[in-house]
Design a protein around this ligand. Structure first.
Ligand code: TGC
Ligand code: FAD
Length: 387
């Protein structure tokens, strides 16, 4: 019998290894036991649950695909399953882990010096240091090649001026990976909290990702030693390669959010009696539930194949774009559909679809808007950049 409950309609479980299943189940337990009981309250009161960070580190959720430096060296499918389960809890929790792993530890591991790796990676794996990634600027995030934040070499130091906006974990981060323009093109710097000229300010009043810290970063004649520049990062390709890591995780995360909404909505339809029988007896409701399951199943298969391509080293970043686009769109559409099925109760924070729906409004914008990913795939088809 196909599993319509978890759901796993195509027995995708059988395509996973024992290790992958074990990682997924461990994170699923953490989400069920530790995230779900508190997340609605965190969302309502605009609070990131920092108390979960040590447990996440204990479970090895930071930099899990990296080798050495206290990281687990898991494969990419296992990483994707972690992201799926975390986002089943909340996009804010997945975001925190995505940024720490894909946008901070990954660039330090890939583009950093031995000294930078030895200093930061072991601490970050244990969450003794938190990181953030500053690429987007107030004047527009879709076209980072036109960034205005600049660094000028003065003696042995670099002097940074400018600002970054909409930065996840910005004010809580001990270190920011900041991408700036220099006379030689885009370069990456490790900017440490507390250095003169570097300040942050949180962005309040968000209706989305409320259980996540989002900040502005300001650089006012901020002096950074050459030893804090990522020596192997040259050009825009370096930050874009980091985005590929985070977008990959988001492709799995969209599935997790949709699963959470589906499970709650299916249970509601079994319980809710209208016109003399439960909602599951109604033809129109069965069509809606079947359509939600169809969309989730396609997203699951897309994410898994993407992960297998990544693990065999053949994944192309345009394939990540299609998966990020498809699975976030799917998650958002499913969340909205589920919110509607839940009726008036569906607008309460006590039901998860409205929270996922609001969160996914950020997820569909960050890491490349839906339009940007469509244009990336369009360019791949036609060879013409139409941005
Ligand atoms: P373009 O000419 O396309 O590329 C420049 C160089 O980079 C290479 N490249 C990539 N490499 C790896 N991964 C990718 N995804 C790559 N995309 C491009 C490319 O091959 C080229 O290399 P080379 O050697 O030929 O120089 O650059 P472009 O200026 O035309 O940009 C195109 C565009 C629009 C696709 C790019 O700017 C883009 O992706 N824009 C969207 C920006 C974005 O996604 N920002 C996200 C900010 S971080 C964030 O949102 C974090 S949310 C965190 C959370 O909470 O989870
Ligand atoms: P813009 O780039 O100004 O786009 C505006 C609109 O124009 C969009 O609808 C877009 O799709 C459309 N558009 C853009 N180009 C074209 C085109 N060529 N043709 C047609 N339409 C187009 N950034 C970071 O660097 N680090 C982070 O940690 C981070 N975290 C974030 C957390 C949250 C909660 C949010 C909401 C954002 C975060 N971002 C982060 C920023 C995010 O990456 C940007 O918001 C995103 O890249 C889009 O940039 P923008 O908001 O400036 O929109």
């Amino acid at each position: 019998m196909p599993d319509t409950k978890t759901p796993d309609f195509y027995n995708i479980d059988s395509l996973l290894t024992d290790d992958e299943r074990q990682v997924r189940d461990t994170v699923a337990r953490f989400v069920d036991d530790r995230v779900l009981p508190i997340i609605a309250d965190c969302f309502e009161h605009e609070r990131f649950p920092t108390e979960l960070i040590p447990e996440m580190a204990e479970l090895g959720l930071f930099g899990p695909t990296l080798k050495d430096y206290g990281c687990a060296g898991l494969n990419n499918v296992a990483y994707g399953l972690i992201m799926q389960e975390l986002e089943r809890g909340d996009s804010g929790i997945r975001s925190f882990a995505s940024v720490q792993s894909g946008l901070v530890m990954y660039p330090i591991h890939t583009y950093g010096s031995d000294e930078q790796k030895n200093r930061w990676l072991p601490q970050m794996a244990k969450a003794k240091a938190i990181g953030c990634f500053g690429l987007t600027e107030p004047d527009g995030g879709s076209d980072p090649g036109t960034m205005k934040t600049r660094a000028e070499k003065k003696g042995g130091d670099w002097v940074l001026n400018g600002a970054k906006m909409w930065i996840t974990s910005g004010s809580v981060a001990e270190v920011a990976v900041v991408w700036v323009m220099t006379e030689h093109g885009v370069r990456g710097f490790l900017v440490e909290k507390g250095i003169p000229g570097y300040t942050t300010r949180d962005i309040p009043h968000k209706f989305s990702l409320r259980a996540s810290v989002t900040s502005e970063l300001f650089f006012d004649n901020c002096r950074i030693p050459e030893s804090n520049r990522l020596p192997k990062a040259e050009g825009l390709g370096a930050p874009l390669s980091c985005l590929t890591q985070a977008r990959y995780g988001i492709a799995w995360g969209g599935v997790g959010a949709a699963i959470a909404c589906y499970r709650e909505t299916l249970e509601f339809c079994r319980q809710r009696i209208l016109f003399g029988s439960p909602l599951i007896n109604k033809q129109h409701m069965q069509v809606r539930l079947a359509d939600i399951l169809r969309r989730i199943t396609l997203g699951q298969l897309l994410a898994l194949q993407l992960g297998r391509l990544k693990d065999e080293g053949t994944m192309h970043h345009t394939q990540v774009s299609m998966a990020k686009w498809n699975n976030v769109r799917m998650g958002l559409d499913v969340a909205r559909e589920c919110r509607d099925i839940l009726g008036a109760g569906g607008i309460s924070v006590e039901c998860c679809p409205v929270r996922h729906m609001l969160n996914l409004e950020s997820v569909i914008t960050y890491e490349g808007t839906e339009t940007i990913h469509q244009l990336i795939v369009g360019r791949e088809i036609t060879g013409v950049a139409a941005f």
